[in-house]
Write a protein of this length. Structure first.
Lengths: 88, 568
């Protein structure tokens, strides 16, 4: 058993799921939300030479995707240490 | 030097590089062959994954597609990048901890079922072959246009190179070659993009040039200009697109989930030493991919403006066909551009209405772009080398999955379990060689449906692998019956829908007939929902997974104690 006790194991998994959930909400909002569902509303806003919705669909969401993975990596590595389940 | 000599030199030099790397990174064991000994550093693995992922379609066709689709092109941009977020957060670290060689391995072991394993193997082989035939074709096109050898010779040269480093080096050879191929292809993509961005907007970065004003001093933004041109010529506004919202949503979703379920992408995360590295390398992979994917839409917009202005002329009245630039003549020879002088004025005119006199294939935009913009010959040669690198790297990754599926999942795990490591390695090599020969055959004699079956690859991966793996990790009580029923119903639903609209009754393939207005490209999203629904329904009616499987699932949920990927 890698965890100190079963409670820790549950807590670790729940914390992991809640982090996942939050990051996936951002993932959904920038791509499906800003780039597709609300693209027309956002297109009313000018962002440099772009309509904002169009920018999210063809540029912005991709930058956020990259950032999300690195944020996840950082937070998960910290969480592994906190629960003592990181790799040697 | 002329373009052709330069192309020979640059493409030839890149081939020597790949072969040199293959000899240096030979595989000695099945572990080397399948997962590169599990010892690839995350940055390199990220580059290799990016090269593996970015196919001839990404390199050659995507910007062209976007250039013709405008806003709708976002389905590819979002769909083929967003899947990495799912991979990194929901799949890669857990599959790495699980520590097996292949996706069917995970499905077979997690669902303690040979049926599940066999279904997964068949899907994997089908998905990979669909893909690889298109890649070989891409190699053929690049060769025939730039080296002016015929397509058959082009494909045979491509086959020989891939054969050499796949059969010799396995995953180890492929990984290190792909690192080199990534560098070649990204450099080849960026150089013309930067040149053109500078010419059109004065910005070095195509990503900012995309949203900048034109250099002609008019103060008009590039995209405004493009929207204006599009409307004048009878196209939809570039920034609006023409697909329905639900279709854009579903296609994007199917491509994302399909990406996260594609076996040749997933297997990449078995090659890193640790769970931590799997997370990190997914991040690097997407960052490397994003460099191309954020450049592509910019390139698409520049290319469209350039193309329209070159053909229609500054007054938008058309330009003389007799004095057409050489790129139009060159591509006419390949049949990918045609001009019919409808009004008999001796001029070319391009538009979206009855005035149109040009037929321009979308696939030529990236390859023709440097010529349209009058860039130096070495840039054109470089683009050819990049296109070949993209096609070769993806083919090699796919062929490896095919050979692994046959030697490992089918022979070792199903038919002849007591095969020795050496014999298994030998059969993997033979399988790779046979797979290359078959892929080459399809490259030379492409079945008419290559373009159409791509929807299949993503749809099937989205409706079969993705839900099965997700439930395998996040629902520890999910059982074999639920998973198998889910995979089969997801695949059958998706395949039936695509087959009906693409092959049985293509005439009916219009939005009015589609289920909820979702095209065959996007139906994988519904297939995925069907898979989840059926799996949970069957699961509720049957016994939950046995205790030891539930413990196994518990154990892949945290990184500690991950070993090397292994067969047992």
């Amino acid at each position: 058993m890698a965890f100190k006790n079963e409670g820790d194991q549950k807590a670790y998994w729940n914390e992991n799921l809640s982090l996942l959930f939050k990051l996936l909400i951002v993932w959904f909002v920038v791509s499906f939300g800003a780039g597709i569902l609300f693209v027309e509303q956002l297109n009313q806003i000018q962002f440099f030479g772009f309509k904002l919705g169009f920018w999210f669909a063809q540029q912005g969401a991709i930058y956020v995707f990259v950032a999300l993975i690195f944020i996840y990596m950082k937070l998960m590595n910290d969480m592994d240490k906190k629960y003592g389940v990181e790799e040697e | 030097m002329d373009v052709q000599t330069l192309t020979f030199i640059i493409v030839g030099a890149s081939f020597l590089l790949y072969i040199g790397i293959a000899i240096w990174a030979r595989a000695g064991t099945t572990n080397d062959f399948y997962v590169a000994g599990g010892g690839v550093p995350p940055v390199m693995n990220g580059m290799a994954t990016a090269a593996d992922w970015m196919s001839a379609a990404s390199f050659i066709s995507m910007a062209g597609l976007i250039s013709f689709m405008g806003y709708d092109g976002a389905v590819y941009l979002l769909g083929w990048t967003g899947g990495y977020v799912l991979l990194a957060l929901c799949l890669a670290p857990y599959l790495r901890k699980f520590g097996k060689f292949t996706v069917p391995d995970f499905i077979g072991d997690r669902y303690y079922s040979q049926t599940a394993r066999t279904v997964a193997v068949l899907c994997a082989i089908f998905v990979c072959f669909t893909y690889v035939a298109g890649q070989m074709r891409g190699v053929g096109v690049v060769f025939s246009r730039f080296l002016e050898v015929d397509i058959v010779t082009g494909v045979v040269i491509g086959m020989f190179i891939v054969f050499f480093y796949t059969v010799l080096g396995g995953m180890k050879g492929i990984t290190y070659t792909q690192v080199a191929q990534y560098c070649v292809l990204i450099f080849a993509y960026l150089v013309p993009a930067v040149f053109i961005s500078m010419m059109v907007t004065g910005h070095i970065l195509p990503q900012t040039g995309f949203g900048a004003t034109l250099v002609d001093g008019s103060g008009v933004y590039l995209l405004e200009k493009l929207d204006g041109l599009s409307t004048e010529l009878g196209f939809n506004q570039y920034t609006d697109g023409s697909k329905s919202m639900i279709d854009v949503f579903c296609i994007t979703f199917a491509l994302m989930v399909g990406t996260a379920g594609l076996p040749h992408v997933i297997v990449r995360f078995f090659t890193v030493p640790k769970v931590r590295d799997a997370r990190k390398s997914a991040g690097y992979a997407l960052a490397f991919i994003a460099i191309l994917y954020t450049t592509a839409p910019s390139l698409a917009a520049f290319a469209r403006v350039n193309m329209i202005e070159t053909i229609n002329g500054p007054q938008a009245t058309g330009t003389s066909y007799a004095e057409a630039p050489s790129w139009i003549k060159n591509w006419e020879k390949t049949g990918l551009i045609t001009h019919t002088d409808k009004n008999g004025d001796g001029k070319m005119f391009y538009s979206g209405d009855e005035r149109n006199e040009m037929k321009i294939d979308r696939d030529i935009m990236v390859l023709a772009n440097p010529e349209i913009a009058n860039l130096p010959a070495w840039v054109i040669a470089l683009v050819a080398a990049g296109g070949v690198a993209a096609a070769l790297s993806t083919s090699a990754g796919l062929l490896l999955v095919v050979s692994t599926s046959i030697s490992h999942d089918l022979l070792k795990k199903t038919l002849t379990p007591d095969i020795s490591d050496k014999a298994e390695l030998m059969s993997a090599r033979v399988a790779a060689a046979v797979a290359i020969a078959i892929a080459g055959y399809f490259g030379i004699n492409p079945p008419g449906f290559v373009g159409q079956v791509v929807a299949f690859a993503f749809g099937l991966a989205a409706s079969s692998f993705f839900p099965a793996i997700i439930m395998g990790i996040f629902s520890k009580r999910m059982n074999d019956k639920g998973a198998v029923a889910g995979m089969i119903s997801g695949i059958v639903f998706t395949a039936a829908y695509i087959v009906y609209f693409k092959f049985v009754n293509p005439a009916a393939n219009v939005p009015a007939n589609w289920f909820l207005g979702i095209s065959p490209e996007g139906i994988g999203t519904i297939g995925m929902v069907v898979n989840f629904a059926v799996a949970f329904a069957v699961f509720k009616m049957t016994d939950e997974a046995p205790k030891e499987i539930q413990d196994l699932v518990e154990s892949i949920r945290f990184p500690k104690g991950s070993g090397e990927a292994s067969a047992h």
